[in-house]
Design a protein. Structure first.
Length: 161
């Protein structure tokens, strides 16, 4: 099995659900590369650099930096980037069947493009209701998000205020 896996996402912002997937992926893989990607179908609240910093800070807070590295990808195919890193596996977390329906076609295409396999990890039931979109909406309306995101994200929202 591959020692390195890639966990891609827009992480706008990173949530406790994302961190749970990272920690659980480390139970299977020796190294994990978290890749903050640009998603052309989404308009991000945080810049790419801000998201990379929040992910990095969140990993530091959890003492995960070392086995986990963080990078970003603004253009190009994720599978090409993963192949360049030497990874043969992508990690994808899912909360519901809707997530699987969205991710499965991409997993098939990624395998067709570069032979990259996708490993799906189900969300911990305690996190199934957490999404970056919902966190942003609650935060923008002045609601409390401390139960859903790491401290680095709280600081990120305060910096934007």
């Amino acid at each position: 099995m591959s020692k390195l896996a890639v966990y891609p996402g827009s992480f706008d912002p990173i949530t406790l659900g994302h961190l749970d997937i990272i920690e659980r992926a480390l139970e299977v893989f020796e190294q994990l590369e978290v890749v903050v990607v640009h998603n052309p179908t989404k308009k991000p609240f945080f810049t790419l650099a801000e998201r990379v910093q929040m992910v990095t800070d969140s990993l530091i807070e959890r003492n995960l930096l070392g086995r986990v590295t963080v990078s970003s990808l603004e253009t190009g195919l994720l599978t090409d980037y993963a192949q360049k890193l030497g990874a043969k596996v992508l990690i994808k977390g899912f909360r519901t069947g809707v997530d699987i329906e969205y991710e499965l076609p991409m997993a098939r295409v990624n395998r067709d493009l570069n032979g990259i396999e996708t490993v799906f990890l189900p969300s911990d039931p305690a996190n199934t209701h957490i999404s970056s979109s919902l966190v942003k909406q609650v935060a923008e309306l002045g609601g409390e998000i401390v139960k859903y995101v790491p401290a680095a994200v709280i600081r990120g929202f305060k910096a934007k205020a």
